[in-house]
Design a binder for this molecule. Structure first.
Ligand SMILES: Nc1ncnc2c1ncn2[C@@H]1O[C@H](COP(=O)(O)OP(=O)(O)O)[C@@H](O)[C@H]1O
Ligand SMILES: [Mg+2]
Length: 371
């Protein structure tokens, strides 16, 4: 069989597919296959992936996960107490790590070996280079990462005080400034050809709205993680979101309802339905998660217990991004929840956000060990 080399140079990690023709078997990397995006009969909005061999066209690969959002340098300082006005104190320790909810979620997709693009902005500085390197190492495609001259890379100073109290100062920088009034044709194109678009709330709402509208117009599902700026969510954004994903406190803030019991969470989700959101993926920390779909019974997913919980930073980002990856791969909602719970369980066992995000093999091993 004549198969032309694909023009794309990425994702050699997809398994080779073995075609057996009488006595001969030919190994064809799956990146040579044509993937088509079919409508899922169980839910007309969500695509299911199918592939067929087609040597006449240049293969395009599976429709990517496109994460649009923030990239941050998180500057951690360990101190005994906050300095007084005019005082200089020494920190016990300090560390600067790549982060930001957008970059975190993109890295999670990349580490799970799903074709993932990050669309975001950094400044022309060392922090921008740190984030770019972390994304690259995570296997994320950076064609839509823009370096802007007029703003610093977004950063956060996280003051970890003894006694477990944290004080955080955020500089929005390139996450909040220098966005074009209208996204470029090339940015809009990658959004329209995505399998799923993933958003959070650490970039201007106006950008998220443009992205969500472009995705919706092309039939691409949009997941909005509620994490980030704690400000009311514009209705125009909610109108173009397919799955809204808050944790219990974000859900409470948005709806004004308590979210301590599962019953209360159900009532808060009812309020989301009234705002026009049809699906709500609630993250409940050690109580697990639940996916609510209007008109259906909620699907509950308990945590997959971790041998030891070291650091829950990034657990929410890992959960949302892994859920998106599983869904775009055509897994059912139930399977996608389980996949996300396994990825998040591995995340809480390692310090940091991006460094703690698991690879695909580790997630599959954990799931198989529980079969
Ligand atoms: N102690 C834990 N053990 C195992 N998994 C956990 C634990 N804490 C959180 N998780 C997983 O991480 C997911 C996201 O964590 P959560 O705290 O709900 O998100 P967020 O970081 O947004 O507040 C949970 O739904 C759960 O699957
Ligand atoms: Mg939490």
């Amino acid at each position: 069989m004549a198969v032309s080399r694909p023009s794309l140079d990425y994702w050699p990690i997809l398994p080779e597919i073995c075609i057996r023709a009488s006595t001969k078997s030919i190994k064809i990397p799956s990146s040579y296959l044509q993937f088509t995006n079919l409508q899922n009969p169980s839910n007309s909005r969500y695509p299911i992936l199918r592939f067929s061999l087609d040597s006449s066209k240049t293969p395009t690969g599976p429709p990517p996960l496109v994460v649009v959002g923030s990239a941050n340098a998180d500057i951690y300082v360990e101190i005994d107490r906050l300095p007084e006005v005019g005082e200089t104190i020494s920190a016990r320790n300090g560390q600067t790590l790549a982060g930001g909810k957008g970059a975190n979620q993109a890295c999670c997709g990349g580490k799970l070996e799903y074709p993932t693009y990050f669309l975001g902005q950094v400044g022309e500085d060392a922090h921008g280079k740190l984030i770019t390197a972390a994304l690259e190492e995570g296997g994320v495609r950076l064609d839509h990462l823009t370096t802007v001259a007029a703003a610093p890379t977004g950063h956060a100073v996280v003051m970890l005080q003894s006694g477990g109290q944290n004080s955080i100062i955020i500089v929005g920088g390139a996450n909040m400034n220098c966005w074009p009034v209208a996204l470029s044709d090339s940015d809009l194109e990658i959004i329209r050809t995505a399998g799923i678009v993933l958003l959070q709330r650490e970039i201007p709402d106006s950008v998220n709205i443009q992205v969500a509208k472009a995705a919706r117009s092309a039939g691409v599902p949009v997941i909005l993680d509620a994490g980030g700026v704690d400000a009311p969510i514009p209705q125009e954004l909610l109108d173009h979101v397919d799955i809204f994903s808050p944790n219990e406190s974000e859900l409470s803030r948005l709806t004004g309802c308590p979210t301590e019991s599962f019953e209360q969470i159900g009532q808060a989700v009812e309020k989301c339905y009234k705002m026009g959101i049809e699906q709500v993926l609630v993250k409940l920390g050690a109580k697990g998660s639940a996916l609510f779909t209007q008109g259906e019974e909620p699907i509950r997913q308990p945590i997959i217990s971790a041998a030891k919980v070291i650091d829950t930073t990034g657990a929410g980002d890992t959960f949302t991004a892994s859920f998106a990856v599983a869904l775009v791969e055509g897994k059912s909602k139930k399977e996608s929840l389980k996949f996300a719970a396994a990825a998040a369980s591995l995340c809480v066992q390692v310090k940091g956000a991006i460094p703690s995000m698991p690879d695909r093999e580790s997630v599959l091993n954990l799931l198989h060990s529980r079969d």
